[in-house]
Ligand binder design. Sequence first.
Ligand code: PEP
Length: 254
Amino acid sequence: MRNKIVAGNWKMNKTLKEGIELANEVNNLVSKSNNKSVVVILGTPFIYLAEVNKIIDPKFISIAVQNCASEPEGAYTGEISVEMIQSTGAKYVIIGHSERRAYFGEEEQILNKKVNLALAENLIPIFCCGERLEEREKGIHFDIVKNQLDKALFDLEESEFRKIAIAYEPVWAIGTGVNATPDQAQEMHRFIRNLIVERYENETAESISILYGGSCKPSNSNELFANPDVDGGLIGGASLKADDFFAIINSLTG
Ligand code: PEP
């Protein structure tokens, strides 16, 4: 059985006070519902980690960070290592988000280092992949995603690979209000799962959670999550409102 996952990515939003309020609201909603069938993750900014960690009930909610350093330690001013992240109680790390790729020049080689470091520190990578609009228009979206997975993930030993989650996030859908259609999402998720079957065992492919990300909101999450290969979502904008985020979590339960 694959984990059903809804992970929020707050990005560079909210003050500390607002972040605490949001974490409190989500925690209240999720813990009152007493529903453990969905893994709920809050992707907070680094500097709120310790505070948010005090608020959440770990029986219901885990914390992700949105990035990690590509070096284990040392003179890298401003960077945050996987060991530092692990020491705060965070469990997940989002790696390869398209905003990191686009604005910070992160490419597969560096992402591969981050994935390996995270796994070595017992953090679970949520590895993001996805094509840009022009790549979809050229019809090369499958090649793009295959190349991302080949270079960043597929050198992992099977036992390590089994620990990760993948988020398919078409870049043209992130923050634009235009989501992939359920058919487009299912088609790419199936493609990704088939790549995993080719590289590893069928059983491994069946155990990996593949999340959809890109303008997922309460009005479309039901139909996106109804697809057999969509195991949940990585949620940006809609994770900033507790009610919307909770509605998305509930649509995965239903
Ligand atoms: C994201 O940032 O990963 C994301 C999916 O953003 P949004 O939901 O706002 O499109």
